[in-house]
Design a protein around this ligand. Structure first.
Ligand code: B12
Ligand SMILES: *[C@@H]1O[C@H](CO)[C@@H](O)[C@H](O)[C@H]1NC(C)=O
Ligand SMILES: *[C@@H]1O[C@H](CO)[C@@H](O)[C@H](O)[C@H]1NC(C)=O
Ligand SMILES: *[C@@H]1O[C@H](CO)[C@@H](O)[C@H](O)[C@H]1NC(C)=O
Ligand SMILES: *[C@@H]1O[C@H](CO)[C@@H](O)[C@H](O)[C@H]1NC(C)=O
Ligand SMILES: *[C@@H]1O[C@H](CO)[C@@H](O)[C@H](O)[C@H]1NC(C)=O
Ligand SMILES: *[C@@H]1O[C@H](CO)[C@@H](O)[C@H](O)[C@H]1NC(C)=O
Length: 421
C-alpha cells in the first residue's frame, strides 16, 4: 500500500480540526495544475549561480510533489556553500533564506551541528543595532521580515516587544514613499508565525491587521496585488490572516486566475518563478517546517526538463524619450530622443543613448538574480551607504521590471532617477 493512502485519512482529520475561517486558501485545481509546469521547469533548469536563487528554489520545490533529485542536490550544495563562506559578509536575509532552505530540504542536522540559528540571531541583532544607531537596518525591512520568519520557524530566541518596535511604523514598508507589498507580506508572515507561537500579544495583532489593510488596498481591478511579482507573496500573507478581513474584501480566485495567465511571460526568471509557486499551490512559507521529509520513490524525477526560448525580432523602429535625473547630489536633468527597433529593452535604449553621448548617458550595471541592476549613471554611483538607488520609471510611473526585462513601446518617456530608499 502506498504511503499516500495511509496519509489521506490523517490529512482529512487534521484538516477538520482547524476551523475553516482561520485560513482562506485558493489553489490551482487539477485542471490548472499543468499550468505550473513551466514554472517548475524554469526553476529546475536554472543554472544561474546567484546566492539567493538556490534557497528560494529549494523552498518552492518543497511544495511540489515530484522530486527533482539532481537539481535539488545542486541547489542544496549551493546553499551549503553560501553558509560555509566564513567572511561574515552574507546579509542577514540571505542567511535566513539559506536556513529556511535547509529546513525545507530536511537538513536540520546541519542547522543544529553548526549552531546556525545562533548565528542568525547575531545577524538579526546587528540589524537591530544599526536601526538603533542610524534609524535604518543594515539591509532592508524585507530582510528583517525574512530574519524574524526564520528565527520564529526555527525556534530561535527573540523579544516580542522588540519585534513590535521594529515592525510598527508604516513608513518602514515603503521605498521612496511607495508601499512595498513584498515587504509588507513578508512582515505579515513573520508576525503571524510569532503570534501563533506566542499568542495574545495585542500589538502584534494590531500591526498585522494594519499591514493586511495596506495589502488589501493594493488589490488592482484584475486581482493583482501590488504588481505581478509581489502578488504571490501577498497571497501567502492573505492566506494566513483571513480573520482580519471580510470574505468580500478579496476575490482569491480572480487573483489566482490572473497570475496563472501571466505564466510563463512574467515568470520566466527562476527567482520570480520560485517566489510565486508556493501561493499557487495554496502554500505559505509558514508550511515549510510542516510536512514529511520522507517521499514516495515513485515521485522521484531525475530527468532534467528542457527549456524553450524565443526572442521576437522586428525591423520596424520606434522612438522613445530617455532622461536621466539626479536632484539628490546635484541638479542634473538630461534628456534625449532615441530610436530603437520595436521590441527593444530599456537597456537597449540606455546603450543607444550612451553611444550618442558618453558624458551624459554612460552607465554601469551589476548582475543579479533579477538581471542587471543599474549601479551608476552619468558617473553618479548609487550607494547603499547613502541609501540611494537609480529608480526606473516610464511616463512617471515606477517600473516593476529591471532594465533587461522591460520592453519599450512607441512614445515611452523613460527615466532613471536617483532616489532614496
Ligand atoms: C529591497 C528591494 C529593493 C531595494 C534594494 C536595496 C538593497 N540594497 O537591499 C531597492 C529599493 C534599491 C530596489 C530597487 C529596485 N527594485 Co527591488 N526589491 C526589493 C525587495 C523588496 C527585496 C529584495 C531583497 O532584499 N531580497 C532578499 C535578499 C537576501 O536577496 P538579495 O539577492 O541580496 O537581494 C538583492 C536584489 O534583490 C537586488 N534588487 C532589488 N531589487 C532589484 C530589482 C532588479 C531589477 C534587480 C536587477 C536587482 C534588484 O537588491 C537586493 C540587495 O542587494 C524585492 C522583493 C522581492 N520579491 O524579492 C524587490 C524587487 C526585487 N525589486 C523590483 C524592482 C522592479 C526594482 C526596481 C527596478 C524598481 C524601479 N522601478 O526602479 C529597482 C532597481 C532599479 C535598478 N537600479 O536597476 C522587483 C523585481 C521584479 C522583476 N521582474 O525584476 C521586485 C520583485 C519587487 C516587485 N514586486 O516589483 N529594490
Ligand atoms: C520548534 O518547537 C516546536 C514546539 O516545541 C517543535 O514541535 C518543533 O519541531 C521545533 N522546530 C524546530 C525546527 O526545531
Ligand atoms: C489595538 O487596536 C485596538 C483597536 O484598534 C485598540 O483599541 C488597542 O488600543 C490597540 N492595542 C494596542 C496595544 O496598541
Ligand atoms: C471572483 O472572480 C471570479 C473570476 O474573475 C468571478 O468569476 C467571480 O464571480 C468572482 N466572485 C465574486 C464573489 O465576486
Ligand atoms: C519528469 O519530468 C519531465 C520534465 O518535467 C517530464 O516530462 C516527465 O514526464 C517526468 N517524469 C515522470 C516520471 O513524471
Ligand atoms: C531602423 O533603424 C536602423 C538603424 O538605426 C536603420 O538602419 C533602419 O533602416 C531603420 N528601419 C526602418 C524601418 O526605419
Ligand atoms: C554631452 O552631454 C554633456 C552634458 O550634458 C554636454 O555638455 C555635451 O555638450 C554633450 N555632448 C554632445 C556631443 O552632445
Amino acid at each position: 500500500m502506498r504511503v499516500s493512502q495511509w496519509l489521506a485519512p490523517v490529512g482529512f482529520l487534521l484538516f477538520s480540526l482547524f476551523p475553516a475561517h482561520l485560513c482562506k486558501i485558493c489553489e490551482v485545481n487539477s485542471k490548472q495544475k499543468d499550468m505550473l509546469a513551466p514554472l517548475i521547469n524554469t526553476m529546475v533548469n536554472s543554472n544561474e549561480l546567484y546566492p539567493s536563487i538556490a534557497p528560494q528554489i529549494l523552498m518552492a520545490l518543497k511544495f511540489v510533489k515530484q522530486h527533482y533529485s539532481k537539481a535539488e542536490t545542486t541547489f542544496l550544495n549551493q546553499v551549503k556553500l553560501n553558509i560555509m563562506q566564513c567572511d561574515g559578509a552574507i546579509s542577514s536575509g540571505q542567511f535566513a533564506l539559506d536556513l529556511l532552505a535547509l529546513t525545507a530540504a530536511c537538513q536540520t542536522c546541519i542547522i543544529k551541528d553548526y549552531e546556525l540559528v545562533k548565528k542568525l540571531e547575531q545577524k538579526f541583532q546587528a540589524e537591530v543595532d544599526n536601526i538603533d544607531k542610524h534609524g535604518h537596518p543594515l539591509t532592508t525591512y524585507y530582510q528583517l521580515g525574512l530574519d524574524v520568519l526564520a528565527l520564529c520557524l526555527l525556534n530561535g530566541t527573540y523579544s516580542t516587544s522588540k519585534i513590535v518596535d521594529l515592525f510598527s511604523v508604516e513608513q518602514k514598508y515603503s521605498y521612496d514613499n511607495q508601499f512595498s507589498v513584498d515587504t509588507g507580506a513578508l512582515a505579515v508572515l513573520a508576525l503571524t508565525c510569532v503570534d501563533r507561537k506566542n499568542p495574545g500579544v495585542e500589538e502584534i495583532r494590531n500591526i498585522t491587521e494594519m499591514l493586511v489593510r495596506m495589502i488589501l488596498k493594493e488589490i488592482k481591478p484584475d486581482g493583482t496585488i501590488g504588481n505581478i511579482y509581489s502578488t504571490g507573496q501577498a497571497m501567502q500573507a492573505l492566506f494566513v490572516t483571513s480573520k482580519y478581513y471580510k470574505e468580500e474584501d478579496w476575490n482569491c480566485t480572480k487573483t489566482l486566475k490572473t497570475v496563472l495567465n501571466h505564466i510563463p511571460q512574467a515568470f520566466h526568471k527562476p527567482i520570480a518563478a520560485s517566489q510565486v509557486l508556493p501561493a499557487l499551490q495554496g502554500k505559505t512559507y509558514l508550511d515549510l517546517t510542516q510536512g514529511s521529509c520522507q517521499f514516495n520513490p515513485d515521485d522521484i524525477n531525475n530527468s532534467n526538463p528542457t527549456i524553450t526560448e524565443s526572442t521576437p525580432q522586428s525591423h520596424e523602429n520606434i522612438s522613445v524619450k530617455y532622461q536621466v535625473v539626479d536632484f539628490i547630489n546635484k541638479h542634473l536633468q538630461e534628456s534625449i530622443d532615441i530610436s530603437v527597433p520595436k521590441g527593444s529593452l530599456f537597456l537597449d535604449v540606455m546603450e543607444k543613448a550612451e553611444e550618442q553621448n558618453q558624458t551624459a548617458f554612460r552607465f554601469t550595471t551589476k548582475s543579479s538574480e533579477w538581471g542587471p541592476y543599474v549601479t551608476s549613471v552619468a558617473g553618479i554611483e548609487a550607494s547603499s551607504k547613502d541609501r540611494t538607488y537609480w529608480k526606473l520609471l516610464n511616463n512617471g510611473q515606477p517600473l516593476s521590471q529591471g532594465v533587461a526585462e522591460f520592453v519599450v513601446s512607441e512614445g515611452d518617456k523613460l527615466e532613471v532617477r536617483l532616489s532614496n530608499y
